[in-house]
Design a protein around this ligand. Structure first.
Ligand code: BTN
Length: 332
């Protein structure tokens, strides 16, 4: 299928981003790249100005991107993505019940996959085990990725774990501080939750028809913004690193990485690095933990994960337990 031509605003931002922070692009060059008149370029820049961008025009040199919105911006994310050589249909909503729910609705309605749904705020953001995911409009990321893998469910066992290591690696490169992974789906900094993943699938006979991978990442919210029940338990990347992050650039980098990770999961090449990466980020390995799974409660030392992504535990009597699901508490 032919990819649709990006919106003019995306192409303008892409050209200005490619010129670098101090670089300029002439109006003539922009008009040529967009294949429109200079007046049309100016009109598109006005539209971007209204959305929080600022451009500095210098005679004989052209335009420079002088300011960009701190909040999520669809054209800016798309421009960054193109700069990384990626393209992904993406929908940014001001508010939605849950990006996972919206992605599932759009898959069910037949939208071609893959695509990404992002929202500035969720009214019914959800996590594992039926929990709510705090989703205020506070500089954090709520994103869902929709796929149609046509895989047998048994092949999906390590999917969320593999996505987790990719997100950890990406975050580590992006903000020079690596979060840890707490099996099966938590990203942590200093024992506090910086992100969570929720994979949901719809079956068709014995294949996965629709797959939604949801990611909530605490990026720029200030410590004081957490509701009381999360204070001391949640943390944002900005809080951890001490400086706000470029949310749009990070969102684009994450989208690119999730798409790449998905491809590597599907073609099986992920297996070459998965176990090592998991061990790099696993915060439970070697630690005393308790796992709750239904009525079962087991305490012991976490040994890591097995080939199927199950958490392996050795209790005080030396007996090994494996968990495919459950709630883990670090005993310290
Ligand atoms: C968890 O830690 O239990 C998983 C949290 C997943 C939250 C994300 S936010 C984007 C997407 N939409 C949702 O409703 N949930 C996921």
């Amino acid at each position: 299928m032919k990819t649709p031509r990006p919106a003019p605003e995306v192409l303008i931002l892409e050209a200005l981003l490619a010129a670098g922070p101090g670089g300029h692009v002439s109006g003539v060059a922009l008009a040529r790249q967009l294949d429109v008149s200079r007046v049309a370029v100016w009109q598109h820049m006005e539209k971007l100005r209204a959305a929080g961008f600022a451009f500095e025009g210098v005679r004989a040199r052209g335009y420079r991107l002088a300011a960009q919105p701190a909040a999520l911006s669809a054209p800016l994310i798309a421009a960054h993505l193109r700069g990384h050589g990626r393209d992904c249909p993406l929908t940014l909503l001001d508010e939605v019940d849950s990006t996972n729910e919206e992605a599932a609705r759009q898959l069910a309605a037949g939208r071609p996959a893959p695509f990404a749904i992002l929202a500035r705020r969720q009214t019914q953001g959800r996590g594992r085990l039926g929990r709510a995911w705090h989703s205020a409009d506070n500089g954090n990321l709520y994103a869902s990725f929709a796929f149609r893998p046509r895989l047998a469910p048994v092949r999906m066992q390590t999917f969320t774990l593999w996505m987790g290591v990719n997100i950890c690696e990406l975050v580590a490169n992006f903000c020079h501080a690596a979060p840890g992974l707490k099996w099966p789906n938590d990203l942590l900094f200093s024992g506090r939750k910086a992100g969570g993943m929720l994979t949901e699938a719809r079956m068709d006979a014995d294949e996965i028809r629709d797959l939604v991978f949801g990611l909530g990442l605490n990026v720029n919210s200030p410590a004081a913004a957490w509701p009381r029940e999360l204070a001391g338990r949640a943390i944002s990347l900005a809080e951890h690193t001490g400086a706000p992050l470029d949310l749009n650039h990070l969102a684009a980098a994450l989208i690119g990485r999730v798409l790449l990770a998905y491809d590597r999961f599907l073609d099986g090449t992920f297996a070459e690095t998965f176990a090592d990466l998991w061990n790099t980020y696993d915060v439970l390995r070697g630690q005393p933990v308790t796992v709750l799974q239904g009525p079962e409660r087991v305490s012991g030392t976490a040994l890591g994960i097995d080939d199927e992504g199950a958490l392996v535990l050795r209790n005080a009597k030396g007996r090994t337990h494996r968990f495919r699901a459950g709630e883990v508490t670090l005993e310290k």
